[in-house]
Design a binder for this molecule. Structure first.
Ligand code: GCW
Length: 657
């Protein structure tokens, strides 16, 4: 097994062995050559001989055909006797359909006749990398960047492997650099890095992927030599127009800009008294002639808060900052909104801007980098959480009110809608550090393409494609993946309260780690109660949701219990729906979560000898670490509450003094 190829490693397939294939298409181009070589490789390994380019004498024929009636990224896959045909309205669809065919060969072999029709749910399916030009990755947990090193753009074989991997899960857009655009990264817009960026863009484009660059809003000052970045200034506008003209004319498939502005110290239009809309529209007009887009992030809040101020609520600020601008953005601007109102915590309510914004193009931002969910050292399969977000009914009153339909642009004629995730890849040979974290990479692509898939189906597909069919491997890995998020949620910060992590690097338990600082993330525990009141009697955040959600969240008795401490300040002796006190629920969750993590080690050990030795050992090491670390989480949190309340665990389990 070559684990560096993840789910794209091929082996002989019993029912295909000795069969002859031919591969036929009238299409041409870099992307077609790429997918033909992938099919050639797969078929050669699976059957034992190279496919031919004429179909007369072969057992089977694979045809890639353009069908103008079909969507340019959707495909129809048909097996009719000896003919397999992949049909699509465009080359991207032929790529996705061909990978699907390879997956079918891999998991099912030749099989009988079939017909599959697929169309991606969201127009844009994007990978956002937070890579810095010095080669580091912000919140990167799987080695150094493979896009940058020593302040230069790197293009090598891994770039090609990366592009192929992304295409194989349906990704069609990629931002390669960190949204915090520091140092040399601002110069990505200039001639200095152009020739390397052209090579990079060509590789991505060859797999149907558009390159985006994160830009610094102060670029006119930082690299343009000007004294202003005011979006209303015509010199600033001219600079962006010219810069954009150069980028679009030289980088094949270039998509546009990703912008973090007026957020966590990044420069933005506020410096000139301008709004987000004025800032974003200025850039949008510069890229408009080339069909470009500007993706503008909504992760904006006051990060200089005084912890003594109990009125300001970070959770409310993103909505407050953007809702009044609904309808004011140009049609090639997309607002990028994190799944929840705070910051990728293990449990948050769905961001109220979904459904709230009705006349603006939007994109949902997930994070698979696991910044707050174990940093790829804990196994934490995130698809159940993503699925909940996508299936959430915003009650927006629009024709389509589920998040997955809203972010796919179902209420709008525009195709500037989509889903993205902050990526979990790096230079580690296995791409994601933790081998099981690759399930999040695969899963994100699968869910962005088809949000009706279940987390189980996706996990099963990933396991079969990566590790082949061994019932014990499949069963145990599924158990681990599918219970990992719930376990993590239980042994870390309780019931939606979030944080309780070590400051800055965000790893490991620290109950008061964010309690007295400027980041606006306080739990405010006393000896008798914990949480912030976000109902209309408190900060009023719950009001950002329409009915019936507002009423549901606003009252302790109706609030979903997993979000209880997000929305309310609750006494430890509060009786939960199953009769336990809040305190007892916290204790028990922590014991149970850590027990589950210990069980992962046992389940994994049963797989010894059934997996590649290196993979087995590497994962075992991480699972052991997780089991140990989860007891640290459990004990720190339980001890904290025990010390406050002096009430022991009702089941007599050990809590340290
Ligand atoms: O989650 C926080 C991270 C920052 C990140 C920021 C953001 C890129 O801690 O590292 O900065 O979110 O999303 O912009």
């Amino acid at each position: 097994m070559d684990y560096t190829r993840l789910w794209l490693d091929y082996e002989p397939v019993e029912s295909l062995k000795g069969r002859s294939f031919s591969l036929i298409t009238l299409e041409s181009g870099r992307d077609i050559e790429n997918i033909l070589s992938e099919l050639t490789l797969a078929v050669t390994v699976m059957t034992g001989s190279q496919p031919l380019s004429s179909g007369i004498d072969t057992d089977y024929v694979i045809r890639l055909v353009i069908d103008p009636e079909l969507d340019s990224e959707g495909y129809t896959l048909i097996k009719d006797g000896r003919i397999y045909s992949v049909r699509s309205g465009g080359h991207r669809g032929l790529i996705y359909g061909s990978f699907r065919l390879i997956y079918i060969f891999k998991t099912k072999g030749l099989g009988g006749d079939f017909k599959l029709e697929c169309k991606p749910h969201s127009p844009i399916r994007m990978a956002d990398h937070w890579d810095n030009m010095d080669g580091s990755i912000e919140r990167g947990y799987s080695g150094a960047s493979f896009f940058f090193k020593d302040n230069k753009v790197v293009v090598n074989e891994r770039t090609a492997d990366y592009a192929r991997l992304m295409a194989s899960i349906g990704i069609n857009a990629v931002a390669i650099n960190n949204v915090n655009v520091r140092g040399e990264a601002a110069f990505l817009l200039t001639e200095r890095h152009r020739s390397q960026l052209i090579r990079l863009a060509e590789i991505l484009d060859g797999w149907g992927i558009s390159l985006y660059l994160s830009i610094n809003f102060a670029s006119t000052i930082r690299v343009g030599g000007m004294d202003t970045a005011d979006p209303a200034d015509s010199r600033v506008q001219a600079w962006w127009s010219e810069t954009s003209r150069q980028l679009f004319s030289s980088l094949p498939g270039f998509g546009g800009y990703l912008v973090k502005a007026d957020s966590e110290g990044e420069f933005g239009p506020f410096a000139y008294g301008r709004t987000h809309a004025e800032g974003a529209n200025m850039l949008a007009r510069a890229v408009k002639p080339y069909g470009g887009r500007v993706i503008w992030r909504c992760f904006v809040y006051n990060c200089q808060q005084d912890w003594r101020d109990n009125k300001t609520d970070r959770a409310a600020q993103s909505y407050d900052g953007f809702i009044g601008l609904d309808g004011k953005f140009d049609d090639n601007v997309i607002l990028q909104i994190k799944n929840g109102p705070v910051d990728f915590q293990v449990r948050e309510p769905v961001h109220p801007l979904f459904g709230g914004l009705k006349k603006t193009n939007i994109m949902l931002e997930f994070q698979i980098a696991q910044e707050y969910t174990g940093q790829q050292r804990h196994v934490c399969y995130l698809m159940p959480a993503f699925k909940e977000v996508l299936d959430f009914d915003t009650h927006s009153g629009s024709r389509y009110s589920l998040v997955r339909d809203i972010v796919a642009g179902k209420n709008s004629p525009s195709s500037s809608f989509g889903i993205c995730a902050v990526m979990n890849t790096g230079s580690d040979p296995n791409w994601t550090g933790h081998d099981l974290a690759a399930a999040n990479l695969f899963g994100f692509g699968a869910l962005a393409f088809d949000p009706t898939l279940s987390p189980e189906e996706i996990a099963e597909g990933w396991i079969l494609l990566t590790y082949g069919r061994d019932e014990l491997v499949l069963g145990n890995m599924l158990k681990i993946l599918l219970s990992s998020l719930d376990a993590y949620e239980k042994y870390t910060a309780p019931l939606g309260i979030g944080w309780m992590v070590n400051p800055n690097h965000h790893f490991g338990p620290n109950v008061d780690g964010y309690e007295y600082d400027r980041w606006g993330t306080y739990h405010r525990a006393s000896h008798s109660a914990i949480g912030r009141d976000r109902s209309d009697r408190g900060t009023g955040y719950a009001r950002q949701y329409p009915e019936p959600l507002f009423s549901l969240y606003n009252e302790i008795k109706t609030c979903p219990e997993e979000l209880l401490l997000f929305f309310h300040r609750v006494r430890f002796d509060h009786i939960m729906r199953d009769g336990r006190t809040l305190l007892q629920r916290i204790y028990s969750d922590h014991f149970e979560g850590a027990d589950t993590a210990a069980e992962f080690v046992r389940l994994w050990q049963e797989l010894e000898g059934r997996l590649d030795g290196e993979v087995y050992e590497r994962v075992l090491k991480r699972l052991r670490f997780q089991a140990e670390h989860s007891t640290e989480w459990r004990d720190r949190i339980n001890t904290y509450f025990y010390r406050l309340t002096e009430i022991p665990d009702a089941l007599g389990r050990k809590i340290y003094e």
